[in-house]
Design a protein around this ligand. Structure first.
Ligand code: DGY
Length: 327
């Protein structure tokens, strides 16, 4: 009678091992089309499921909550598949008594790997090189061909020294002998900083001193367009910008113009302001590497993210404290 399983709606397909494990505990509804749900569908899901599991592509905005409220909200837990939760209006969720959880920790190394890959790609012009070879236009080795920027020993400025920023700092320092400077709300504890001798500084100093600037801060009202025209001008024509955090942190129009005019040397982006649309001004720039938001996209990590979300769900079902509660 009371052993009915709770209804749990996944807005996308999840790794199959995770779906299978969840199916034992919940009545699992899966969006088999695996396309982003529009706001009416999200509002309907808030009214029909006990647990809703969104991803970064689902904007659970005040508007979506308001639509759901008109019909009666059923959801008690939003178990997000991902660490960033800027796509969820968490204050609104909290007002409605809905708990929100995320999946920190498990995607740290995978995301730092993509940051490092972007850094290497734009410094060493590997995207351009690959395009050249595939086009059939490569006419052979010569001493002055496709010269690029050496990475080893350069200065990396990290904006946002959380888990992913620190993992990036370690890979860059231990793997490539890079000097690390950072700006962050809080200072690294001594023992963490010592391994990489990271020096904390103000944003303007970081922008001036860095050969590479890598963004690892969350998207908040304070970080919106943190990298604007002025910041790009401060970086200078030798410097590269890497973003695996959130698109909103960069003013994309200003970035396109700075890349076009050679005001900075290059950039590598994995995230964009209006995904999956890309500002067309960015598309044809040779000194820009573009990836499709794949920072956490390894088999190991996506499965771990799903299992982490499932741990939050199991805790909720057992009436226990939620391990990764955001609100
Ligand atoms: C994250 O976990 O925040 C990734 O960007 C995917 O959403």
């Amino acid at each position: 009678m009371t052993d009915k399983k709770p209804i749990c709606q996944l807005t996308r397909k999840w790794p199959s091992r995770v779906e299978k494990a969840m199916g034992d505990k919940c009545e699992l509804l899966i969006n088999d089309e695996d396309k982003s749900l529009h706001r009416e569908a999200l509002a309907a899901a808030l009214c029909s499921s006990d647990i809703l599991c969104p991803t970064v592509t689902d904007s659970i905005s005040a508007e979506v909550f308001a639509l759901a409220e008109e019909r009666g909200v059923r959801t008690k837990l939003l178990a997000n598949f991902g660490v960033g939760f800027n796509h969820i209006d968490i204050e609104h969720a909290s007002r409605l008594g809905i708990a929100v959880t995320n999946t920190p920790g498990v995607l740290t190394d995978a995301t730092a790997e993509i940051s490092m890959a972007l850094l290497l790609m734009c410094a060493r012009r590997t995207g351009e090189g690959e395009r050249l070879v595939r086009s059939g236009a490569w006419d052979g080795w010569r001493p002055t061909h496709m010269l690029s920027t050496q990475v080893t020993g350069k200065t990396l400025g990290i904006i946002g020294m959380g888990r992913i920023g620190l993992a990036m700092a370690k890979k860059a320092h231990h793997g490539f002998g890079m000097q690390i400077i950072y700006s962050s709300r809080s200072a690294l504890e001594g023992s963490l900083a010592e391994g990489i001798s990271a020096i904390r500084c103000e944003l303007s100093e970081l922008l001036q001193k860095s050969d590479f600037v890598s963004l690892h801060c969350p998207s908040t009202p304070e970080t919106k367009h943190l990298i604007d025209r002025e910041a790009l001008t401060t970086m200078g024509s030798h410097a590269f910008l890497i973003n695996t955090a959130r698109g909103e942190v960069i003013d994309e129009a200003a970035l396109a113009s700075a890349l076009r005019e050679g005001e900075i040397a290059g950039a590598g982006l994995d995230v964009y302001q209006n995904e999956p649309s890309i500002n067309t001004a960015l598309l044809n720039l040779e000194n820009l590497v573009l990836l499709p938001h794949m920072g956490s996209g390894t088999n190991e990590t996506r499965e771990a993210m799903g299992m982490c979300a499932f741990d939050n769900i199991k805790a909720y079902l057992n009436g226990a404290e939620l391990p990764n509660r955001v609100v």
